[in-house]
Design a binder for this molecule. Structure first.
Ligand code: SAH
Ligand code: SF4
Ligand code: F3S
Length: 486
């Protein structure tokens, strides 16, 4: 367990302090007593099942949730069936993610009928929407605990409240002012980790719900970030992914402002750390200073995710993205000039309200010119409460689907051509896992984020090895390990 806390010294005969994170350590200890009693009664450990969907932010939140729950004495299980506590960390960025949750709740209800002691906790972005909480409160009465994105650190306290009062607990904060540091975390990978550098988003792209469910931008102090990364390195981590909805505006809200570029340089100086990635960069804030930092820092991976969303300047304006097609293309040129081997990936939305065939052709044009290494393409999804949801000229689903298919075909064709360009070279790969499909093979990630499969054993997981890329397979390579060079 990362950052495990010693809970034995906490005096539980006293009232809980208001000071965080001490208050949470107190409730972890309180909950641990409860969990112990319950597991003695049931003659087995109490099992927690965590389901997490959505982006890296949610994945990171779930590591903290699990860290707290494991410290409180729960044991993690891989199955909902038989779990004593199910925690569902939700996403609401598109409607389809949202719909699945209600289906899943129906299933949990059937499990709970067989096992009435089972506790169900709902959290994450979807819970920050008032209409969702209202639906759960009235139609899904079997849910035990509902909390949001701003108070995940409180799960032990909220669960303790639920168990001791026997009542449904709903605790949603509209926004968060402080950041609670120093929580335990159950890390998913031993060798790599996400690191929050900021929370929330101030950009209000007109299609996007994230600013409403994640609140305003708050940066962590550089010292706290660096301390966490040093601890992670001591714990075996070689690669970090710095996380924020718009990392390029990191530090602007701090008492002593720090730029993302200077943070990157300081992270690059941490001994023992081998690779740095970050997610996500908004094109409007990508400074020359940052391009220089990426170029100079040898640990910064040769991959930049630079969401385009649309190639039409007219649509970009309606999206409130604050850049034009030309500015985006100039930015790409500048990056390629400074760092020629930088892989570029992107996000694109098809069918934003008012998108004409001409607008869509502008998107296709940018894709052809930039030649992305890969692109995530999304069909525009109407999110209640966002400005785009009430724009009058929504595009007909048939038209959107036809454009989406054309875009996907182009993206895939270009990606299969660009990804093969390093064939024959020897590049470093971080070994991440055993290859599921080929026994005796392992899977590594190159600096440019492309995967390579090659013969090797699981003892190499977490190490960086030189691999000759022998065959390009469209989106990945086959390869073989080369001897280490001194
Ligand atoms: N902060 C990141 C994106 C977070 S959401 C950024 O600005 O790039 C991840 C992606 O989901 C977005 O880049 C966008 O392409 C997509 N997305 C967000 N809202 C959407 C919506 N309403 N419909 C379809 N796709 C959406
Ligand atoms: Fe959403 Fe835009 Fe913020 Fe990204 S930058 S999270 S797309 S509002
Ligand atoms: Fe989804 Fe929330 Fe991330 S809405 S994409 S989990 S910030």
């Amino acid at each position: 367990m990362f950052n495990e806390k010693d809970l034995t010294a906490i005096d539980l005969t006293q009232e809980a302090t208001a000071e965080e994170p001490l208050r949470q350590y107190y409730f972890m200890a309180k909950l641990r007593e409860l969990v112990k009693t319950l597991s003695e009664e049931r003659g087995r450990p109490l099992l927690v099942y965590n389901l997490v969907v959505g982006c890296q932010m949610n994945a990171k939140d779930s590591e903290k949730l699990l860290g707290i729950l494991l410290q409180a004495g729960f044991v993690e299980t891989e199955a909902e069936d038989g779990a004593d506590l199910v925690v569902y960390n939700t996403c609401t960025v598109r409607e389809n993610a949202n719909q699945k949750v209600y289906g899943r709740l129906g299933y949990l209800n059937s499990l709970k009928r067989q096992n009435p002691d089972m506790l169900i906790a709902m959290c994450g972005c979807m819970m920050q929407e008032p209409h969702v909480v209202e639906t759960i409160r009235t139609k899904y009465r079997f849910v035990d605990l509902v909390f949001g994105t701003h108070n995940i650190y409180k799960i032990a306290e909220l669960l303790y409240l639920r168990v001791t009062t026997g009542k449904m607990v709903i605790d949603i904060l509209k926004d968060a002012k402080t950041i609670v540091e120093d929580l335990p975390a159950q890390r998913k990978y031993s060798f790599k980790s996400g690191v929050n550098i900021m929370f929330g988003c101030n950009n209000f792209c007109t299609y996007c719900i994230v600013p409403y469910v994640r609140g305003r931008e708050r940066s962590r102090k550089a010292e706290d970030i660096l301390k966490e990364i040093r601890q992670l390195v001591a714990d075996g981590v070689v690669e970090v992914m710095l996380l924020g909805q718009n990392v390029n505006s990191y530090g602007k809200d701090l008492e002593e402002p720090v730029s993302f570029a200077s943070l990157l340089r300081r992270v690059n100086d941490i001994p023992g750390l081998k690779r740095i990635r970050f997610m996500t960069s908004h094109p409007k804030d990508l400074s020359d200073e940052l391009i220089e930092a990426m170029r100079d820092c040898e640990k910064v991976c040769r991959h930049l995710h630079l969401p385009l969303q649309s190639g039409s300047s007219r649509i970009l304006e309606r999206m409130n993205r604050h850049y034009t097609k030309e500015q985006y293309l100039m930015l790409v040129d500048k990056i390629r000039r400074e760092i020629p081997d930088m892989a570029l990936t992107t996000d694109i939305i098809v069918g934003f309200p008012g998108e004409t065939e001409e607008d869509f052709e502008d998107t296709m044009d940018v894709v052809r010119r930039v030649r992305y290494d890969s692109a995530f393409t999304f069909i525009y999804s109407k999110r209640t409460g966002t400005p785009a949801a009430s724009m009058p000229d929504q595009v007909a689903p048939g038209v959107v689907k036809e454009r989406f298919d054309r875009l996907l075909k182009l993206v895939q064709q270009i990606a299969s051509e660009t990804v093969g360009k390093d064939c024959g070279k020897v590049l470093e790969a971080l070994v991440e896992e055993e290859d599921e499909h080929q026994p005796g093979f392992i899977t590594g990630r190159l600096s440019n984020n492309v995967m390579v499969h090659f013969p090797g054993g699981r003892e190499l997981i977490g190490t960086i090895v030189p691999v000759r890329l022998t065959e390009a397979k469209g989106f990945y390579y086959l390869g073989r390990m080369e001897p280490y060079k001194e």
